[in-house]
Design a protein around this ligand. Structure first.
Ligand SMILES: Nc1ncnc2c1ncn2[C@@H]1O[C@H](COP(=O)(O)OP(=O)(O)OP(=O)(O)O)[C@@H](O)[C@H]1O
Ligand SMILES: [Mg+2]
Length: 584
């Protein structure tokens, strides 16, 4: 979805609205602080003209005025400090709210969203896009406001002193504005390029780190280093370019200010000598001319911030507008399933036009144990994804105890079904918390019971800290088989009515598998059990076996019957029984 900048930023107004009071105070503070700042040269003019360069100079008044000046400087300091603090606090709390909303929203999205959006993109969205908005709420609002008010005040004070001089000085504005705009324009380009290159370098680094084992095995370290050098050098080049431009900008600004001062001394000096203006006015004008640049600079600089904020808010708005395609249609009535599953003419495609399942019809009675086998990519996992409603069927219907799964509240459905998935996901935290999924109200005894049941208890007790062992990110300190056992124990802890094992035994040694086989026998008690396996020994004992091939049910029936049929199952069985025969 594409939005214009204005729409994107408008979407953020509700967040601003909540902080109206604070923003009101900020506005007031900006006005007062700018006034104090810009009144200073005017005050000096008074001191010079009325009390220093006058017929009867008065040192006492001058002393008071300089104290007053000092007080103004201090007041401006305090106000600016408080203002920045308030702005940062407001900006950061808005950003915190947006981040929380984003994560809440993203967590509610269907898996289809995560198929098409890389986690890198989502992370950028939640972390750096919101930071760009923070800059908008803080820098843009305060600097643009402050710049505009300061510029107005400078002109106001100038006009009060001398109209003709003001007109001359204002000639500077378009010059400064144009130069500023152009240099900023190039700066913006270079800055974009730099950020682009920075994220490329980060992505490269992340990939290298996560693939370290493969890189070392294939002896790619040197090549990776060379590739990184390319990224790194490109980054260096744009950083240097940016520094150059920034410095050039600073120099040009200074020089233009100096030129203004030179011109003023020339014209203004003559005017003072002729007596048409006072020395105090000339002094104040010189100060104001030098101050011209700052607000103009502030305003043009904010174009960058505005641009990034528009892009960021567009992306955030697009994410917030994503709707989950799995919607809650369930009426929310209490529902206790007995575990009867029916697939009726189920068709499914992840992407339109690329069907994965073609007309699946299948009835599974409560308490039945069903094995699913078939070549890789046949659609076994997809079938389970539909039953658990990670995706919705393209056509047909899946019923649980006679009810369309789409009419069952998601929470109830997911409590009814326990899945031990093909990819095991562990989180950083203790082992026991991973098994009970951080639901600390589940007693340890129940976790231990589940672990004993699936045969994980033994290896867990061998760990130095047992059930309290801290797991690193993704549990990479455990073997894959151990992780599978944990995942199995996790499913059992929640005591589901329907248990699904997707390749849960693939990485286990024969002893562990035998333990698990026995466990499967025990856990099946009163449960509907669906087991997907490549190892046919795992499904042999099942009540019946479904052979999937290219998204269709090719054969079904108990082990012996399928063997006798001499079809795909027979071939698979022969291949698994005689692995040596397959070797060239
Ligand atoms: N998220 C996805 N987006 C698009 N296509 C997908 C997605 N997941 C799987 N597929 C495709 O759907 C088909 C069936 O995949 P599925 O994961 O169901 O196979 P499987 O039978 O479980 O295979 P395996 O035994 O290797 O696990 C495959 O062709 C696969 O490429
Ligand atoms: Mg699979």
């Amino acid at each position: 979805m594409k939005h214009t900048g204005a729409t994107g930023l408008r979407h953020l107004l509700p967040y601003l609205r909540q902080h109206r009071a604070r923003l009101g105070i900020v506005f007031l503070l900006v006005v007062v602080a700018s006034f104090i700042d810009q009144a200073q040269p005017y005050l000096i003019r008074d001191a010079i003209d009325k009390h220093i360069l006058t017929a009867r100079p008065d040192l006492g008044v001058v002393a008071w005025m300089s104290l007053g000046y000092l007080a103004l400087v201090l007041l401006s300091f305090v106000l600016t400090y408080y203002l920045e603090l308030l702005l940062q606090r407001t900006g950061q709390s808005i950003v915190r709210e947006i981040r929380a909303d984003l994560l809440r929203h993203i967590q509610g999205l269907s898996l289809r969203y995560f198929d098409t959006n890389s986690s890198g993109r989502i992370i950028t969205n939640v972390v750096s896009d919101t930071e760009a908005l923070n800059n908008f709420f803080t820098d843009f609002l305060s600097n643009t406001l402050r710049g505009c008010i300061s510029l107005t005040l400078i002109i106001f004070f100038m006009l009060r002193m001398d109209v003709r001089f003001t007109c001359y000085s204002l000639l500077m504005v378009p010059v400064i504005g144009t130069v500023s705009y152009f240099i900023r324009f190039f700066l913006r380009k270079v800055n974009q390029e730099m950020r682009h290159r920075l994220s490329a370098a980060i992505a490269f680094l992340a990939e290298t780190l996560s693939g370290m084992a493969v890189i070392q095995v294939f002896d790619r370290e040197k090549k990776q280093q060379e590739d990184f050098d390319v990224c790194n050098r490109a980054l260096l080049e744009s950083t240097i370019k940016e520094t150059h431009l920034n410095f050039a900008y600073f120099l040009v600004a200074e020089t233009l200010g100096d030129l203004g001062v030179a011109a003023l001394i020339w014209f203004g000096g003559g005017a003072v000598i002729r007596g048409s203006v006072t020395f105090g006015v000339l002094f104040a004008f010189i100060t104001y001319i030098r101050r011209f640049f700052q607000p103009i600079n502030q305003i043009t600089q904010q174009l960058n911030v505005l641009q990034s904020a528009v892009i960021a808010s567009d992306r955030i708005t697009a994410t917030l507008r994503e709707t989950p395609d799995i919607c809650e249609e369930g009426a929310g009535q209490p529902f206790v399933a007995s575990g009867r599953i029916v697939f009726e003419g189920v068709h499914f495609a992840y992407r339109p036009g690329q069907p994965v399942l073609h007309g699946i019809d299948l009835v599974i009675e409560p308490g039945q144990r069903v094995g699913f086998v078939g070549p890789s990519g046949a659609g076994k996992t997809s079938l389970i994804n539909l039953l658990a409603r990670f995706y919705d069927v393209t056509d047909g219907v899946i019923r649980l105890d006679g009810r369309d799964v789409r009419s069952i509240p998601l929470k109830v459905l997911r409590e009814t079904i326990g899945i031990v998935q093909q990819d095991v996901t562990l989180f950083s935290g203790s082992l026991i918390d991973n098994i009970r999924f951080f639901r600390t109200e589940i007693p340890e005894a129940r976790v231990v019971e589940a672990c004993t049941l699936v045969g994980a208890d033994e290896f867990i007790r061998r760990l130095p800290q047992g059930y309290q062992t801290p797991l690193s990110e993704r549990g990479s300190t455990l073997s894959f088989g151990e992780r599978q056992l944990l995942s199995f124990a996790r499913a059992m802890t929640f005591n589901p009515k329907i248990l699904i094992l997707d390749e849960a035994t693939a990485s286990l040694d024969s002893v562990s598998e035998a333990i698990l086989q026995r466990a499967i026998g025990r856990v099946a008690n009163g449960r509907t059990l669906l087991v997907i396996a490549h190892r046919l020994s795992t499904v042999r004992q099942m009540d019946f076996i479904v052979v999937l091939d290219h998204g269709r049910i090719a054969e079904r029936g108990p082990h012996e019957k399928l063997l006798a049929q001499g079809g795909i199952y027979h071939r698979l069985h022969r291949a698994s029984a005689l692995p040596v025969a397959l070797a060239p």
